[in-house]
Design a protein around this ligand. Sequence first.
Ligand code: UFG
Length: 329
Amino acid sequence: MSDHETVLVIGGAGYIGSVNVEALVAAGKRVIVADNFEYGHREAVHPDAVIEECDIRDGDAVRGMFDAHTIDAVMHFGAYAYVGESMTQAERYFHNNFIGGYNLLNAMRDHDVKRIVFSSTCATYGDVQEVPIDESHPQQPINPYGCSKLAFELLLRSYEISYGIRHAILRYFNASGATAEHGEDHNPETHLIPLVLQVALGQREHISIFGADYDTPDGSCIRDYIHVSDLADAHIRALEYCKNESLFCNLGSEHGYSVREVIEAARKITKHPIPAVEAERRAGDPPRLVASSKKAKELLGWTPRFTDIDKIVETAWLWHQKHPNGYAW
Ligand code: UFG
């Protein structure tokens, strides 16, 4: 059943985008996926979605998409997101994450599209003073990735003031887990959970623990792992919410798990010993990131269903067993 609303999903062939497309289709939306397939996978796009191969850095191509389709709202997942890479490639990050977004907003303004849900990040907060982190925490990003995301947040606010485009800025913590159909397949892979599962699949010898001497109970870094299905649920709610007003909020499970706890959960789920080796700290890693999601809960009526790391890892493991080489099989 379609409610006849058409949503353009930028980056809908990526990890978080593809799960959101799945949720939009289930909610009865018509979906157009725009992706340049640099990191996205055609196989990850829901069969009911229309595919537009488009790079948002190309303003004419973006306008062309809006000319060709009647679009009611936009979800934007099309950013570069490797923190480490961004440290030496600020231009690339601003070109895609800021200029690309600028092209998108101009096309929206020119075609009278008034709603956008944007994937932002807890990396916009920078050096975290205390956890849980709520939205009143200062935003002082410490890497070009976080800076580019914050810059686009400010552009969104400006385009609301000048042109009345309403936005939902959703600041994710650590997206994780999988649905039956869609999981995490990055190249290169840098994220903890898929790397741990690659060890269980026999594709890696061991997992490195980046830093064992942090000021945390077991010495390893603590993160807030939020399941992609819970993220998608929040996006569907945010899409409705910003029909009336804009919003910015965190999306996390409000539970912190250390690197060692994640590895232990994976050992339990996969029944593989998963050898772990202590390694140097990774530059730029804050010791502890845990969200307060109070605002999202209150404004969106959202409650994350996955708060237990075992369950999150289990969903990822099911997907990785089915797709040991990711989407390339
Ligand atoms: N880690 C290891 N070994 C590995 C990989 C990761 O110990 O082989 C550790 C990291 O040091 C970190 C934790 O596992 O402490 C999680 O690392 P991820 O790379 O999975 O995720 P990050 O917390 O670094 O990054 C995530 C998102 C980014 C976002 C960032 C916000 O992937 O896009 O959170 O800080 F910007």
